[in-house]
Design a protein around this ligand. Structure first.
Ligand SMILES: Nc1nc2c(ncn2[C@@H]2O[C@H](COP(=O)(O)OP(=O)(O)OP(=O)(O)O)[C@@H](O)[C@H]2O)c(=O)[nH]1
Ligand SMILES: [Mg+2]
Length: 344
C-alpha cells in the first residue's frame, strides 16, 4: 500500500515566498502543513490563502521546535511519512516526485536532498562549513551523507518516533541524522538543485554553526567512549539513553557541551591510544571507525588541525579586506575532510 505523505513547512517571516511555495507543492501532494512560528508578518494568512493548513506557534521558538510540532501533528493524523521543505523558495516542488520515488524504493530510510554537486552555486564559506560538518556527522551517523544541512527531506514518522529530539533551532536536523544513523537506519541522498540568491536567511553563520558543532562534538565524545570500551559496537543510540536524559535539562546539556568542546582535542589523542592499545583486551573496539577507509589516526590528526583551519580562515578574511585574494583553505578542506566510505 502506498504511504500516506504530506509536506510540512516550518516558516518564520516568509510572507514574500510562502504563497508560491505552497501552491507549487499542492501540484504534487494534497496536503501542506505550515507551522507559523511567531511570524510578525503575513506568513500565516498568505500560507492559508494559498491552500495550506496552518499551525500557529505563538512565540518564535526556532526551526527545530516547529519541526517537532509538525512531526507530532502529522503522526497523530496517521501519516506514514512527511516531506519537509523550506519556506523561502530554496526548494523546488518539482523535485518532490524524486523524494517519493526514493521513498518507494526504501520506505524506512530518511531521504535527504543534496546540493553538494552544485558546488559553484553555494557561497564558498557555507560550502566549506557544510563540508566539515558532513565529515563529522557522517562519522556519528555511521555512513556517508552527502549533504547534512539540507532542509529538503523525507522522514518516515515511525523512525522519528524511535528517537527523543532534545536539540533546538538548526541543530535538530543534524541531531535527527546522527541519531537515526547511530541507531542503524539508512540515509539516502537525492540530488537537488542549489538555490542561493537574494532570499533572506535566518541562519547565523557564526552562532548557528557553533551550536551545531558543539552538539556534534558532545555526541561524538560519548560515542567514542562507548565504542572504545566495547567490542563490536557500531550503534550507540537508543531512545532515552544517558545522552537524551542530559538533553532534557537545558543547563546541564549546555555545561556538558562546553566541557566536551574544551576537552575534545586531548580526548581525541586519548581515544587514538585506546584504539591502538586496547584491542588485545577489547576485541574490535571502535567498531565503526575500523570500517572506515582511513585509520583513526587520520581522524585524530584532522580534528586536532581544526583550530589551525580556523586561524587560516580568519587570516584569509583579513587578507581579503586588504585586497589580497588567497584561497588556500578550500582545497585544504576538500582534501582533509573526504568521504571516508567510498569514492566521491
Ligand atoms: N519555524 C521556524 N522556521 C524557521 C525559523 N528560522 C528559519 N526557519 C525556516 O527554516 C527554513 C530555512 O531557514 P533559513 O534561514 O533559510 O536557513 P537555510 O536555508 O539553512 O540558510 P540559507 O541557505 O542561508 O538560506 C525556512 O523555511 C525558514 O522559514 C524559525 O525561527 N522558526
Ligand atoms: Mg534558506
Amino acid at each position: 500500500m502506498a504511504s500516506k505523505i504530506c509536506v510540512i513547512i516550518p516558516a518564520y517571516n516568509a510572507e514574500e515566498t510562502i504563497g508560491p511555495v505552497v501552491s507549487g507543492i499542492l501540484e504534487y501532494v494534497s496536503r501542506v502543513l505550515v507551522a507559523d512560528d511567531g511570524s510578525t508578518d503575513q506568513t500565516a494568512r498568505i500560507a492559508a490563502e494559498a491552500g495550506a493548513d496552518v499551525i500557529h506557534i505563538g512565540k518564535n521558538r526556532g526551526k527545530g521546535h516547529a519541526l517537532k510540532v509538525l512531526f507530532q501533528r502529522t503522526a497523530d493524523e496517521g501519516y506514514d511519512a512527511v516531506i519537509s521543505m523550506d519556506a523561502d523558495g530554496q526548494h523546488d516542488p518539482k523535485e518532490i516526485p524524486r523524494f517519493m520515488a526514493a521513498h518507494g524504493a526504501a520506505p524506512n530510510d530518511i531521504i535527504v536532498g543534496s546540493r553538494m554537486r552544485e558546488h559553484g552555486k553555494i557561497p564558498r564559506a557555507r560550502f566549506n562549513s557544510m563540508h566539515v560538518a558532513r565529515f563529522y556527522i557522517s562519522i556519528a551517523a555511521n555512513q556517508f551523507i552527502e549533504d547534512t544541512q539540507c532542509g529538503f527531506r523525507l522522514y518516515p514518522l515511525a523512525l522519528i518516533q524511535k528517537m527523543k529530539l532534545t536539540q533546538d533551532r538548526y541543530v535538530t536536523e543534524s541531531e535527527i541524522l546522527i541519531k537515526a544513523g547511530d541507531m542503524g537506519a539508512l540515509i539516502t541522498s537525492v540530488r537537488i538543485g542549489a538555490v542561493y540568491g537574494s532570499h533572506g536567511s535566518h541562519f547565523r553563520p557564526v552562532m548557528d554553526v557553533a551550536y551545531i558543532t558543539a552538539y556534534i562534538i558532545s555526541y561524538l565524545m560519548v560515542k567514542f567512549i562507548l565504542e572504545g570500551l566495547s567490542s563490536d559496537r557500531y550503534f550507540t543510540y537508543s531512545k532515552n539513553n544517558f545522552r537524551d536524559r542530559i538533553g532534557r535539562f537545558k543547563t546541564i546539556d549546555r555545561i556538558f557541551k562546553i566541557a566536551t568542546v574544551l576537552t575534545i582535542l586531548p580526548a581525541m589523542v586519548l581515544f587514538w591510544l585506546m584504539y591502538v592499545l586496547l584491542p588485545p583486551f577489547i576485541k574490535n573496539n571502535f567498531a565503526s571507525m575500523r570500517k572506515l577507509k582511513c585509520g583513526y589516526f587520520k581522524i585524530t590528526l584532522v580534528s586536532n588541525m581544526l583550530p589551525f583551519v580556523l586561524i587560516i580562515i580568519i587570516l584569509e578574511k583579513l587578507l581579503s579586506l586588504a585586497g589580497i585574494r588567497f584561497r588556500y583553505i578550500d582545497g585544504f578542506i576538500e582534501k582533509f575532510y573526504p568521504n571516508l566510505w567510498e569514492k566521491n
